[in-house]
Design a protein around this ligand. Sequence first.
Ligand code: ATP
Length: 895
Amino acid sequence: MAWAPDRSAARGGTGTTTGTTLEVLRALESGPRGLPEAEADARLARHGENVFPGRRPDPWPRRFARSLRDPFTAVLLSLGLVSAGLAAWGTACVIAVLVTVSCVLRATGEHRADRSAAALRELLATTATVRRRPAETEEPVTRELPVEQLVPGDLVLLAPGDLVPADLRLLRTTGLTVHEAALTGESAPVARSAPGDLCLQGGSVVSGSATGVVVATGADTVLSGAVPQERGRRLPGPFDRSVNGIAWTLVRCMLLVAPLVLLASALVRGRGMETLPFAVAVAVGLTPEMLPVVVTTALARGAALLARGGEVIVRRLPALHDLGAVDVLCVDKTGTLTQDRPVFACAVDAEGRDDPAVLHWAAVAALWTLHLAELPAPDALDEALLDADEERGGGADGVEGLVALPCGPGRRIASALVRVAGGEPGTLPDLLPDPVPGSLWGSLPGNVRPLQPLRPAGGAPAGRYVLVVKGAAEDVLERCTRVSDEGHARVISAADRTRLAARADALAGSGLRVLAVALAERPASTSPYAPEDERELTLVGFAGLQDALAPTAAEALAVLAGRGVTVKVVTGDHPGTAARACRELGLDPGEPLTAARIDAADDAELARLAARTTVFARCAPEHKARVVRALRTGGTTTGFLGDGVNDLAALHAADVGICPRDGVAVAREAADVVLASKDLTALDRAVVTGRRSTGHITAYLRITLSSNLGNVIAMLAAGLLLPFLPMLPAQVLVQNLCFDAAQLALAFDRPGAAAHLRPVVLRPRALFRFMTRFGLLNATADLATFGVLALSVHSLGAEEGQAAFHAGWFTENLLTQALVMLLLRAGRDAAERRAPLPVRLATAGLAVVGLLLPLSPLGPALGMTALPPLYYALMAVVLTLYGTALAAAHRKART
Ligand SMILES: Nc1ncnc2c1ncn2[C@@H]1O[C@H](COP(=O)(O)OP(=O)(O)OP(=O)(O)O)[C@@H](O)[C@H]1O
C-alpha cells in the first residue's frame, strides 16, 4: 500500500483573488496569471532594473572625493594648506602630488575591487519566484528570476527564508510573518496575513507563504526613498577597529610633531615661524599615505584568489581580514558536522520495545507536513521517516491531512491534524484521551500559519480527528498528560517523565537524532488551528534516526585546530546527539550547555560559561545570537557558520557571518562570506588567505612606519644641528614615491607556512611597539650616516657640502628602505627566506635609484651631487651593521 497523495506535489498551490485583489491587479495592468514575458521586458525598459540605489557603484569622481575624507589625506591636505599659506610652495607641491597619487590609486583600486565584487555578486544573484506567461495566450509558468529583473505588475511567490524582493501588495497569504527590522527596527516578526497588506522590500519571510503583486521596484520602493543609507550599516568589526585605531594614533602623532619641532627649534636654535615648512615636512614624513591603497589591494587580491575556484566568495572586503583573525568558529551540527541525510534507525514505545506504530504515526505527520506546510525545501527528517515507512510497507490509506504546523525558528515540534476514515476500533487504539472540547481552538498568533481544514464547514465528514505531534523529546513530553502502556493510555507520573526523558537521552547519547511521537483525538472543527492546541497528548514512543558524519569534517576540524581556531557547536539538537557526533569527530564536547542554562545566565556569566563550553544544545535563534555575543564579549573574534532562518540573528551578531551558497536568501544576504558548500575544508583556505592578506598589510605598516619614524627622528636631529634643510621638498617627494611604489610589491610576498598557524589580527599596540623599536634602529643608521658624511665630505665648500649631504642621505635612505623591505617582511624567518621575484625586483630598483640618481643628470636638478668613494665604503659598513641588527631584532620581535 502506498501513500495516497503524490509526495512530489507537496510544494505548490496557486492563489485565488478577491474583488479588492482584482482591483489592485487591474490598476497595475496585471492579472492572476502573471505578466506576459514581452510585457515584462517592456516594463523593465520603462522602469529600469530593480536595483537598490545604494548598491549602484559610486561614480569615479565621488569615489575620488570620498578618498579625500580619509584621515591621513585630510591631515596631509591641511598641512598642504598651511604650507601654501606660508608660501612654502615646495612642501605644498610635494603634499599635493602625494595626495593626488594616493587618491587616484585608491579610487582606481576601489573601482576595480567593486567591479570584481559585482561580478562575484552575480554568482550569488538573489532570485525571486515569479509567475509569468511565456506569451499572452499561454499558461503561466512559475520560475526563478534574478530580482533585478522584477517589474511592477509581476506576481511573486514568497516562502520562508526569502527576502522580499520589491514592494508587494499581497494577494494571498498563508500564515505569513515577516521580519522588517531593516525598515522599522522592530526585531520581532510581524504578521502580514491580510490580502491587500503591503509587504515592503527589505523584509524577510520568517514563516508562512504568500503571493503578491509588485507595486514598486528599484528607487521607487519605500526602503530606497526613506532610508537609503541605513541598509548595510553594521557595527565596526576587528578590521575597522584596528585600522581606525592605527589611523587616529598616527594622526594625533602628526598633529603633535609639528608644534614639537617648532618648540625644539625655537629652544635650541632660537628660530621662529620660519621653521614651520620644515615642521610640516617632518609631520608629512610620518604619514603612511599609501595605507588605504595597500589595504584595498591586499584584500581585493585575496578575495579574487578565493573566488577563482568559486569556492569562497567574500562579500565585504574587510571580512577577509576578520576571517584570518577568527579564533572561535561556531558551527551548527546538522549538515556541517553531519551529512543531513538522516536514515531511520529505530522506533520504540515508551518501554523501549520495537513498535511499528510509532513509525506509522511519525510518517503520517511527516507526509501531511510535506503536503500542507509549503516548506521551502522538504525536511530531511520527514523524508527519512516516509522512506522507512514506505519500505516497511506502511501507508496512510484512509488518513486525510487537514492542517499542519511545521517546525520553525525556535519551534522544535511539528504536528499534523488528520482525519482517520471510519475510526473503527483497531484503527486508533484505545490510547487516545477523550476529545478536547472546542474551546481549545484558539486564535492564531502571528508566527503560525493558519491552515484551514480541507473540508468546508457544514457537516464534518465521518471519522476521528487525530492530532499527531512529533519533535524534540523534552518539548513533546511537556505537552503529554498520558503515556501509551501496551496500547492503553494511562496518566503520566513524575517517575514516568524521568524514565522517558532518560530513554530519550540514552537514544541521543548513542548518536541518534530522536523524535518523540504523541497523539490526541480532537473534535471536528473548522476553526483555525494553533500551537495552543498541541497539549494533553498521549506519548506513543520515540523514533531514532542516524545522520552519518560528514566525511571531511574530522580532518577539517583537526586542520582548524592546528590553525588556532577553536570550533564550538551551536545546535538546535539534543546535547547527547551533538556530544556524540563531536566525540566521533575527535572534538572533546566537554559538558554541553543547554538553552535552559543559557536563559538562566546573565550576560557576564554567559561570557564565562561560553568561553569554556564546546557544545551549546537545544538552541533557538536567540540563544545562538546570545552565545555569539557572549563569546565576542569575552574578547574572541567569533565566526558563525549557518544557513537557515534560525541562524540569521547569529550571523548578524558574529564578527564574520559565513553561509553556504545553498543557504536561504536572507542568510546569504546577512553573511560576509559565502561558501560553495557547507564544508569546513573550504573555510580553511579562506582563513589562510585572510591571514595572508592581513600579513601583507601588517608588513607594509611595519616597514613604512618604522622607516618613517627613523626618518623623522633623523630629520629632527639634522634640522636642529644643521644650518640648512636636511632634505629638500623635491627629494622628499622622489624618495616617498619610490618607496611607495616598491612597497606595492609586498602583496606578492609569501610568508612561510608557520605564519598561518595562529589567528592574525592587526594590533595597533604591537605595531607601535614595533615601530618604536625599529624606528630607533633606523634613526641610529641615519645618524651613523651623518657621521659618515661628516667624515667623507667635510672638505667640500658650503654649497657643495649641502648637495653632498642631500645626496648621501638620499642614497642611504633608499638603500636602508630596500634592506628593511627584504628583512622586515612577514614572518620572523624573513631574513632566511628568499623573497619572491617582484619583491626582489622592487628592492633592487630602490637600491639602483638610490645609488645612481644623485650621479645622473637628474641629481643636480634635485639638488644633489656625486659623492666621494670613501662615502660608499663607509656606507657599506653602516649598512652591513644595520642589516645584521635588523635581522636579529626581527627574529626576536613578537608581532
Ligand atoms: N521535521 C521535524 N519534525 C519534528 N521535529 C523536528 C523536525 N525537524 C527538527 N525537529 C526537532 O527540532 C530540533 C531542532 O531542529 P533544528 O533544525 O533547529 O536543529 P537541528 O537541525 O537539530 O540542528 P542544527 O542546529 O545543528 O542544524 C531537532 O533536534 C528536532 O528535535
